[in-house]
Design a protein around this ligand. Structure first.
Ligand SMILES: Nc1ncnc2c1ncn2[C@@H]1O[C@H](COP(=O)(O)OP(=O)(O)O)[C@@H](O)[C@H]1O
Ligand SMILES: [Mg+2]
Length: 238
């Protein structure tokens, strides 16, 4: 299968500005960012500065007014290889802030498989989906839990694990998380942080968070979003 993140792939955001249709104010102003695959990038900054807006563009939910978002491959010696490839939305997973508010199903299994093809499909397809499901459930530590449980009955931390599993089933190359620790108690925060550390081995993570201390040990690169949607590379202020 086509892999948009080969070994020396970088996700690159180049001069991206965003102004919602029909408005005159830029929510993002000439944003630039470059992050190698399988690393952890963290964006912090004040509420209302444009962090969520940037994540929505990365997930393909809205289009930049100008600038581009793409994957660039580099060779061993740092030369650009081929032309940049557009980031494919289907290779990007996004977990919104408070994802548990959007749970729709009555069981954990239905929640994870919501959106799967309804028609029976061939045995091969069903086996593929089943093995992805198994892998996703294992990697978020939901093994041993009954898949018949009501998602709303889970603890805060387990709801977040479930939200991650829902995305991981789609085997994304880039996983975007908006405030993954918000609203969790200290134990659940530590659990989710540990989980993210493991995920970094397999995919690229771009995270918006105020919880700098808990995530500091995972962070490879960080940026501050300033009011008006101006992104600056900056070490964590801790
Ligand atoms: N569709 C929209 N139209 C106009 N303004 C918006 C829209 N969406 C968000 N905003 C505004 O854009 C700014 C940035 O919002 P947001 O990206 O949610 O910030 P953050 O995630 O950093 O708190 C805020 O002032 C917000 O009110
Ligand atoms: Mg936000």
């Amino acid at each position: 299968m086509f892999d948009p993140f080969p070994f020396y792939g970088f996700l690159e955001i180049k001069d991206v500005s965003y102004r919602p249709p029909g408005t005159k104010i830029n929510l993002l102003s000439q944003v630039n960012l470059s992050i190698p695959e399988k690393s952890f990038g963290l964006i912090f900054g004040r509420s209302g500065s444009g962090k969520t807006t940037l994540l929505q563009l990365l997930a393909g939910l809205s289009k930049p007014t100008s600038g581009s978002i793409y994957v660039q491959r580099y060779s061993d010696d740092g030369e650009k290889m081929k032309s940049p490839e557009p980031l494919q939305p289907e290779r990007v997973g996004i977990v919104f802030q408070f994802p548990e508010r959007y749970f729709v199903a009555d069981t954990v299994l239905d929640e994870v498989t919501f959106g799967w093809p309804r028609q029976k499909g061939g045995l091969q397809l069903r086996e593929l989906l089943a093995s992805r499901l198994q892998k996703a459930i294992t990697s978020v530590g939901l093994t041993g839990m009954s898949l018949d449980k009501d998602p709303h009955s889970l603890s805060g931390g387990y709801k977040r694990r479930l939200a991650l599993a829902i995305q991981l089933v789609q085997t994304p190359n880039l996983l975007i998380l908006d405030e993954p620790l918000a609203g969790l108690d200290w134990k659940a925060r530590a659990d989710v942080a540990k989980l993210l550390k493991n995920l970094k081995k397999e995919l690229t993570l771009l995270v918006v968070s105020h919880d700098l201390k808990e995530l500091a040990s995972l962070v490879d690169q960080s940026w501050r979003m300033e009011m008006g949607g101006v992104l600056k590379r900056e070490p964590l202020p801790i």
